[in-house]
Design a protein around this ligand. Structure first.
Ligand code: NDP
Length: 337
């Protein structure tokens, strides 16, 4: 495993990081979830990402159990706050001081740890003054409940405002967690340059486009049994955007490109995001330990420039690049308000 600094900080994280959205506490049984976490640890992954909202808090509990017994200083645990868990009452969501301060304690309890390495704003809260949110984060860092602060799916402008406040308040806002893959490149024009300027690293989610870039979904055919596209608990809905025949046809055409580098398609997809030097980690999911074994082999892979160009030619216009989509990820109004 190779390690990268998380933004302009002294924190090193495994460049392949394991996340448990849609899987732990939902799509996969707890014993398989634990096997996946242990496969990750065995492969040298030290960094684990979850959120209070995943499987409505169950994912944090499963991860906490699976990491039990690990030396705390040898792993990095990341979680997030914003979305409601349980009842969506007016104060059960967003980034108000009340919701943030209450949520961190629930997360620490479920993760069975005294602190998280990174606490992330899962979305931007358009209703809470940013000063209030950042003061709450400053207090959480001061209390030793989180070591660093990050954001997820914030625009360049929101990141800039957050960083300015974090500097005034004396804590480190060091990361951005956006979706990024060969098929989804909306951060390249604004979020990445701004993050580079301000010292944030990207922890990129769905680098395999939720499984689509593994090439296992074939155009015009039913998805393989047990895959995310068949998961009625949420996965099938989330992956829908990529399950179009034009996308799946182009993805199939990447097969020879991967073979040329002696990589599987999933490995090529993970290695591709790691070619961007503002990316601190590729945040991969897995429903089976074998997938972890396969995907970690993307660590340290260099893709030659001519192959990067070839990938662009193969994918053509199915790549999404519209930077304005980042702003649409944060709800204009809080749920439950
Ligand atoms: P990926 O793109 O890595 O997709 C993972 C899924 O793809 C697996 O669960 C598996 O699904 C399939 N897969 C993985 N490897 C292979 C393989 N080698 N061959 C075939 N299929 C494979 O990322 P995720 O979408 O899971 O997201 C990763 C993490 O990112 C999350 O766990 C979470 O931590 C974070 N995230 C953050 C968000 C945010 O808003 N901040 C939003 C979403 C995710 P299956 O076997 O079921 O088909």
């Amino acid at each position: 495993m190779d390690f990268r600094y998380l933004g302009n900080s002294g924190l090193k994280i495994s460049e392949i990081t394991y996340g448990n959205w849609l899987t732990h506490g939902s799509q996969v049984e707890n014993d398989v979830a634990t096997q996946c976490v242990h496969a990750a640890l065995d492969a040298g992954i030290t960094t684990f990402d979850t959120a209070d909202v995943y499987a409505n808090t169950k994912a944090e509990t499963v991860l906490g159990e699976a990491l039990k017994g690990q030396r705390r200083a040898s792993v990095e645990i990341f979680t997030k706050v914003y979305w409601p868990t349980g009842p969506a009452g007016p104060n059960d969501t967003g980034l108000s001081r009340k919701h943030v301060m209450e949520s961190i304690d629930g997360s620490l309890q479920r993760l069975q740890t005294d602190y998280v390495d990174l606490y992330q704003a899962h979305r931007f809260d358009t209703e809470t003054p940013l000063e209030e949110t950042m003061q709450a984060f400053a207090d959480i860092v001061r209390a030793g409940k989180a070591l660093y602060i990050g954001v997820s799916e914030w625009t360049a402008e929101q990141i800039r405002a957050g960083v300015a406040l974090s500097k005034q308040l004396g804590f480190q806002l060091i990361s951005s967690q956006p979706q990024y893959s060969m098929l989804w490149r909306v951060i390249e024009d604004e979020v990445v340059p701004t993050s580079k300027e301000l010292g944030l690293g990207q922890i990129v989610w769905s680098p395999i486009a939720q499984g689509v870039l593994s090439g296992k979904y074939l155009p015009g055919q039913a998805p393989p049994p047990g895959s995310r596209a068949t998961d009625e608990k949420g996965g099938a809905d989330m992956i829908k955007r990529f399950m179009a025949d034009d996308v799946l046809t182009r993805v199939q055409a990447l097969k020879p490109v991967a073979e040329q580098l002696d990589l599987t398609m999933a490995q090529l997809a993970v290695a591709w995001v790691l070619q961007n030097d503002n990316v601190s980690a590729a945040l991969v999911g897995a429903s089976r330990p074998e997938q972890v074994h396969e995907n970690v082999k993307a660590a340290g892979v260099r893709i030659p420039a001519e192959v990067m160009t070839r990938i662009d030619e193969v994918l053509g216009d199915v790549v999404e690049r519209d930077g304005a989509l980042t702003a649409k990820n944060s709800p204009p109004k809080r749920i439950g308000s």
